[in-house]
Design a protein around this ligand. Structure first.
Ligand SMILES: C[S@@+](CC[C@H](N)C(=O)[O-])C[C@H]1O[C@@H](n2cnc3c(N)ncnc32)[C@H](O)[C@@H]1O
Length: 249
């Protein structure tokens, strides 16, 4: 254990002891484990090496080449769980592995939860994560062919400004798809697309709950106004999370 932790520390892993313990628990056989350790030392995110991530108390599948859900996105899920009316319908756009949708479907078995992403690799993992909760995932862009009335749209779309991508940690820059990160010149292009879809698709009184950064919150809110929605800002300092909740009149 100490030897493995030392190797991980030398490779730049900040929580080397914790990671060593997780890798040993995941693969007790030292010879078989070596391939996993080599991937981690080469810079692959721990979560894709292990094949799972904790999100909202759930253990969800992740896979190489697909965005790893971040803890801060739990705020979107929490706000959605509170916003959904009884027996309501939620659509999670840009769903990745379906973390938001899974957390909502787990907490609100009365709800209909549908997730969508244009990346078939992400949708394949999302389908595995959502099946235990009776929710579904489909391959689609923002204009998904979902014909039911929608009460809540959630999204953590790509929102990194294009010019900041070279400065992201290598784990994201080199191991997550650019299409999961790049939000356009000021980071808000995909957020604007979510709000435009929400303005078309939400039932009257419905809300779009969209993750952003603290620095971009004002611009993201402006994008919601441009789409004809009424935005407010929600934050969770402990998670480092900022979310725009944009209501349709
Ligand atoms: C930042 S990741 C977030 C994934 C997930 N919501 C989460 O929090 O783990 C953004 C996701 O948006 C998807 N995406 C990007 N552009 C899209 C588009 N135009 N239509 C649908 N999905 C898109 C990417 O494939 C990626 O899975």
């Amino acid at each position: 254990m100490e030897q493995l932790a030392a190797r991980l520390r030398a490779a730049g892993c900040v929580f080397a002891e914790d990671e060593a313990a997780l890798l040993i628990a995941h693969e007790p056989d030292a010879v078989a484990r070596e391939a996993l350790v080599a991937r981690r030392i080469a810079g692959e995110p721990l979560e894709t090496v292990l094949g799972w991530v904790l999100f909202g108390g759930l253990r969800l599948a992740v896979a190489p080449g697909v965005f790893v859900p971040r803890r801060r996105t739990e705020l979107v899920a929490r706000l959605a769980i509170d916003a959904l009316p009884q027996d309501g319908t939620l659509v999670d756009l840009c769903c990745g592995v379906g973390a938001i949708a899974a957390a909502v479907a787990h907490a609100r078995p009365d709800a209909t939860v549908i997730a969508a992403d244009f990346d078939p690799r992400a949708v394949a993992v999302a389908q595995r994560n959502l099946a235990p909760y009776g929710a579904t995932a489909l391959v689609s862009d923002m204009d998904s062919n979902i014909s039911v009335p929608i009460d809540v749209i959630t999204a953590c779309p790509p929102y990194v400004p294009t010019g900041e991508i070279p400065f992201m940690p290598s784990e994201a820059r080199d191991h997550e798809p650019r299409t999961a990160l790049d939000g356009g010149p000021d980071g808000t292009d995909l957020q604007a697309a979510v709000f435009a879809a929400a303005a078309r698709r939400l039932s009257p009184g419905g809300v779009a709950i969209v993750e952003t950064s603290h620095a971009q919150a004002e611009r993201t809110a402006q994008r919601a106004v441009e789409a004809g929605l009424n935005p407010t800002v929600a934050q969770d300092e402990a998670l480092g999370a900022t979310v725009i909740v944009a209501a349709r009149a």
